[in-house]
Design a protein around this ligand. Structure first.
Ligand code: ADP
Ligand code: 5GP
Length: 219
């Protein structure tokens, strides 16, 4: 399913792939598959957060873990292109990361909540492609949160309570994927990215390509 060499050579704007979901629906799992898939060539926008680091997380890879004071400094100096309070912690996207990627024509993945998605969509409507991941059932959502076993019982309880509210934000997104079977969901997400990369208005290089085609003299 790779994009051909000629296709790839046509100059294109980078896209901002925003993936959100209620906690536990599988967004991070799908995001990780996308980032590991060399064919997709996506890089993660590493957010700043005031949340405690989970045992499996690495500073600078999954998040930049900062104090509330430092977060507020970044926010107040306009270094964050969007930010939100989620489950009683602050999260935000560094402006520099997002703007550099777009300028270089690179595609970035944003694992952010609906509040962040809304802010990016308002600021960069032409560049954002948004996907919302839903769980197949609430029971399965609860099981997944428990199975992940990286949060305390209290944190899981808060996240489950917030899930009902977050799910209602589904209609703000371009695409909705119900994550029942992981392989099928991943294939769906991959197809969305592939199709969005081929959108005419994201490919200014097509003018030059088509002019070249028309100038070609078939022998
Ligand atoms: P989120 O990032 O949305 O909070 P995670 O990606 O951490 O959720 O997934 C929560 C848990 O559910 C993890 O243990 C993950 O391995 C598991 N999971 C993700 N997708 C599926 C799926 N389709 N079927 C079963 N388990 C899944
Ligand atoms: P977690 O604590 O599980 O890593 O993330 C909790 C929620 O915060 C998730 O919905 C995640 O997408 C969201 N989130 C992570 N980084 C950001 C960010 O930079 N901005 C916003 N708005 N939300 C974020």
């Amino acid at each position: 399913m790779a994009i051909s060499f000629v296709e790839n050579a046509v100059a294109r704007r980078g896209l901002m792939l925003v993936i959100s979901s209620p906690s536990g629906a599988g967004k991070s799992t799908i995001a990780r598959l996308l980032l590991e898939d060399r064919e997709m060539d996506l890089s993660l926008s590493v957010s700043v957060t005031t949340r405690q680091r989970r045992p499996s997380e690495i500073e600078g890879v999954h998040y930049h873990f900062e104090s509330v004071r430092e977060f507020e400094r970044l926010r107040d100096s306009d270094a964050l292109i969007e930010w939100a309070e989620v489950h009683s912690n602050y999260y935000g996207t560094l402006r520099e990361t997002a703007e550099n990627a777009l300028a270089d024509g690179r595609d970035m993945l944003f694992d952010i909540d609906w509040q962040g998605a809304e802010q990016l969509q308002a600021k960069m409507p032409a560049d954002v492609v948004s996907i919302f991941i839903l769980p197949p059932t609430m029971k399965e959502l609860q099981m997944r949160l428990n199975r992940r076993a990286e949060d305390t019982a209290e944190v899981i309880e808060t996240r489950l309570n917030n899930a009902r509210f977050e799910i209602q934000k589904w209609s703000k997104y371009d695409y909705i994927v119900i994550n029942e079977d992981l392989n099928q969901s991943y294939a769906a997400v991959k197809s969305i990215v592939m199709a969005e990369r081929l959108r005419r208005d994201r490919r200014p290089g097509l003018f030059e390509f088509v002019n070249g085609l028309l100038e070609e003299q078939p022998s």
